[in-house]
Design a protein around this ligand. Structure first.
Ligand code: MG
Ligand code: MG
Length: 263
């Protein structure tokens, strides 16, 4: 079933979602060549707990970390570890927070140093697809309208839309109904209504849409080992268009301070 949220509950989800954005901004302050991905995870966990909250992913279905850190051909659910980030990598960092009984969920793909132009384009268009999808998440539309918009936009560039993983409702549970695929047909699927809170999260591949799971049982990577990008916002369905509850503002302020060009 779909859980509809009151305005008070939406405010609590906003609080959790903004804390996710601030946590990702902590990552943005330090991410770069030579840093271990586990160091990013540790600083995120410390920051979340210092803010009186709980990492939303740690322990979820046995996931052992605060962040999902997925590098290059890794799509989502990557494990932080001893890997040193290198010049030219792209790093998708997904974070969830549980505060006051409600989850927030957001993800951002970071460039590490100089990144190939075709990969930067992939990131830019994936982020654009996210915002286009959000514009489609208005009261009275349907789930398929979101997926259609995202798919239609990115496939023009020859990218692959991941099918095996999808967005979702979010609230008292990290993953609620309805599922929000990043592909679909207009006018199909569950009707969107005010009170629904959704995590919209395009996962877009430079090459083929197919993905495989790595031997750790979690990490998903592209079948052709080409890079993948992932951006995610938690949004509330409203009349006209959805309201974004999470924010990339904190992240992007840090990147700008460091002289990292925004895509
Ligand atoms: Mg997420
Ligand atoms: Mg999500």
């Amino acid at each position: 079933m779909i859980y509809f949220k009151t305005e008070e509950e939406i405010e609590l989800i906003r609080e959790s979602s903004l804390l996710v954005g601030k946590t990702l901004a902590e990552v943005a302050r330090v991410i770069g060549p030579g840093i271990k991905t586990i160091a990013l995870d540790e600083l995120a966990e410390t920051f979340i707990r210092d803010n009186g909250s709980v990492p939303g992913f740690k322990g979820y279905n046995g996931f052992p970390f605060t962040l999902c850190i997925s590098v290059n051909e890794q799509v989502v659910h990557g494990f932080p570890g001893e890997r040193l980030l290198e010049e030219g990598d792209i790093v998708s960092v997904d974070c969830g927070v549980l505060k006051n009984g409600f989850y927030g969920d957001s993800a951002y793909t970071f460039p590490v140093g100089e990144v190939k132009a075709e990969t930067l384009d992939l990131m830019k268009r994936t982020k654009e697809a996210l915002y286009l999808g959000i514009e489609s998440a208005a009261d009275g539309k349907r789930v398929g309208d979101i997926g259609y918009t995202i798919q239609h936009y990115v496939e023009e560039y020859g990218y692959g839309v991941v099918r095996d993983l999808v967005g979702h409702g979010v609230g008292r549970f990290l993953h609620e109904k309805p599922e929000i695929p990043n592909y679909g047909k207009r006018g199909t699927g569950a009707k969107l209504q005010v009170g629904m809170v959704l995590a919209i999260e395009p996962m877009i591949n430079l090459g083929v849409k197919n993905v495989v799971q790595e031997s750790d049982g979690w990490t998903i990577r592209t079948a052709d080992s080409k890079p993948s990008a992932h951006y995610e916002h938690t949004v509330a369905v409203r009349h006209g268009k959805a309201e974004i509850l999470s924010s990339f503002r904190y992240i992007e302020e840090e990147l700008v301070k460091r002289g990292i060009e925004l895509i």
